[in-house]
Design a protein around this ligand. Structure first.
Ligand code: ADP
Ligand code: MG
Length: 566
């Protein structure tokens, strides 16, 4: 293949994964621990080295002040997340994770990678989407495409079963819930509608179990801040155990006393009922927007780790009157779909006949004032692009001045479905100068263009003869400035990485492991010895020793690599 590699990344709230398009299909890449999923956790070890993935996750409970999880929830906000005494934005923690996934893909490929497709919850707003692009940039990645998560899973499924069909993808992850309705025909994967809830996921079920645990032993409430991490871990374990058994037990030791719980499905169902009810609305919304009835669907596809819960599966079965399908591993489907999209970006022949169309899941518009009953009232929402319109889309509307001699117009861009802007999300604002004239005589034409990535461009022109100006949305809340990005790049580069995690060392470790699995007998034992010596050097954390050893190991390995299949 002549085209350089594009990787596909599922940047999840709980787990992340990276995939490659190789030999006509998408496949997930194992990390240095041999696992396909990397926990989305970042931390510092006791010597100040950055830890990413499983090694960080293991310290969530023991070192909560040095560890951060679920930071995806803060993407596109100014939230400061602490690792010890250092402050990070969610984009920066995400960048550290993305950097690691990039390196894993590079180790597997044996070459550098720059381009990536990254998935985002369909319901991520403009600001959150830009934050993901920024995180990619901070990780040294060029984000060629942002892809909605349920769309990615649907794409992976569509390729598995390439025929005319209509289906609904039900994606319940750790922190978000996304629904998409897909119409597939002649290689076209058409997303007809998306809906979701960015505040609903498996973590909320864990939280409900925490509440049940506290109701069982109310005395524990007194020391909640201190007990919370341990309680949460027990609740998570109970939840997962109930996915494969009828009841599950947990125990917690505190102040010389042991507290015990046994949870069964009936109690779980009672505490989770409000959450299960919330699963319905986005499904109905998506069906309505797609103008589909339940009977039009050939099947329902489950995606996301939380769909392993029998309660969730039962709710889906009841909602749709049939059993859902889970052909794809629910934790891997999104990353696989990102890999398929990567193949499409690389214009691979195996996917040249596949066409993907997506929609924008929310409405976009501007604030306007209304003249009613002789009074001027502001704060109304004028939608320019309505939700679930096919992408890319460009729409225009005209607005006029409302005051005599007004010299400027404040253009405020909102996202949402509320009639009044106070119920919607402010995406940004800009000021446009206008010539002072009597009210209503100056009109502005506003054009919104929404790209396949789900990013918005705003153009504004003042009637005939005046050239349209493309306006940058200024004052976007929560967005990093160019200067902040430049400073952050320096800061992240200066963070200490354990030598074992550095790209060049990881690549060499991967090379050694591959050679070891290929060889047999004395030669294999010899590679084992060479690699042990290298690991010992890495543990010394002494740059000089490591670089000398790396050179020796490289030479030693290359002597045996002739004849090893690539
Ligand atoms: P994300 O997309 O947010 O990274 P995942 O799709 O990996 O999330 O799903 C993570 C969620 O799935 C977590 O809330 C986790 O507790 C839940 N989960 C994973 N395995 C199970 C299981 N066996 N039973 C119940 N919940 C599970
Ligand atoms: Mg996910």
């Amino acid at each position: 293949m002549t085209h350089k590699h594009v990787i596909g990344i599922d940047l999840g709230t709980t787990n992340s994964a990276v995939s490659l398009w190789l030999n006509g299909h998408a496949q997930l890449v194992a990390n240095a621990q041999g696992k396909l999923l990397t926990p989305s956790v970042v931390g510092l070890d006791d010597s100040g080295n950055i830890l990413i993935g499983e090694s960080a996750r293991q310290r969530l409970q023991s070192h909560p002040h040095l560890t951060q999880a679920s930071f995806k929830r803060y993407m596109g906000s100014e939230a400061q997340l602490m690792l010890g005494t250092q402050r990070f934005r969610a984009e920066e923690l995400s960048a550290l994770l993305l950097r690691q996934l990039k390196q894993d893909a590079e180790s597997a490929l044996g070459e550098h990678v720059h381009d990536a497709v990254i998935t985002v919850p369909a319901y991520f707003n403009e600001i959150q989407r830009r934050a993901v692009k920024t995180a990619g940039e901070l990780a040294g990645l060029n984000v060629v495409r942002l892809l909605n998560e349920p769309t990615a899973a649907s794409l992976a499924f569509g390729l598995l079963e390439n025929r005319e069909q209509k289906y609904l993808t039900f994606d319940l992850g750790g922190g978000t819930f996304d629904v998409s309705i897909i119409d597939m025909f002649e290689g076209v994967v058409e997303v007809r509608a998306s809906s979701g809830d960015v505040m609903l996921g498996g973590d909320d079920f864990t939280e409900a179990i925490c509440q049940w645990m506290l109701d069982q032993h109310p005395a524990l409430r007194q020391r909640l801040p201190e007990l919370k991490p341990a309680l949460h871990a027990q609740a998570e374990q109970l939840k997962c155990a109930l996915s494969s058994g009828n009841s599950a037990s947990a125990a917690l030791e505190w102040q010389g006393q042991t507290w015990r719980w046994t949870l069964d499905e009936a109690a779980l169902a009672e505490y989770c009922r409000p959450l299960l009810e919330r699963l319905q609305q986005p499904v109905q919304q998506a069906l309505h927007d797609a103008r589909f009835s339940l009977h039009d669907l050939d099947h329902v596809l489950l995606v996301g780790g939380a769909t392993r819960m029998p309660l969730v599966r039962q709710t889906v079965a009841r909602l749709f009157g049939r059993f859902p399908r889970h052909d794809l591993n629910p934790d891997e489907a999104v990353a696989l779909g990102a890999g398929v999209q990567a193949g499409m970006v690389m214009a691979d022949v195996a996917v040249e006949d596949i066409v993907l169309t997506d929609v924008m899941p929310f409405s976009l518009g501007v604030e306007v004032v209304k003249q009613q009953y002789g009074q001027i009232e502001d704060g109304f929402f004028l939608p320019l692009i309505e939700r679930n319109t096919f992408l890319p889309v460009s729409k225009m509307k005209s607005v006029s001045t409302v005051y005599n001699n007004q010299s400027q117009v404040e253009l405020k861009v909102y996202q949402g479905e509320g009639r009044r802007v106070k119920d919607n999300i402010l995406l940004g604002e800009m000021t446009v100068s206008v010539p002072p004239r009597p009210a209503g005589e100056v009109s502005l034409e506003i054009r919104f263009t929404y790209t396949l990535d789900g990013l918005l461009e705003v153009e504004c022109s003042q009637g005939e003869g005046v050239e349209a100006a493309r306006l940058v949305i200024e004052k976007t809340p929560g967005q990093m400035s160019e200067q902040q990005i430049a400073e952050s790049l320096q800061r992240l580069a200066a963070l200490k990485q354990h030598p074992r995690d550095r790209a060049e060392n990881r690549a060499l470790l991967a090379r050694g492991a591959k050679l070891y699995s290929f060889l047999l007998g004395d030669e294999r034992a010899w590679v084992d010895e060479v690699m042990s010596a290298f690991e010992h050097a890495l543990d010394s954390q002494d740059a000089r020793i490591i670089s000398q050893m790396r050179e020796q190991v490289e030479q030693a390995l290359s002597r045996f690599e002739n004849g090893v299949p690539q």
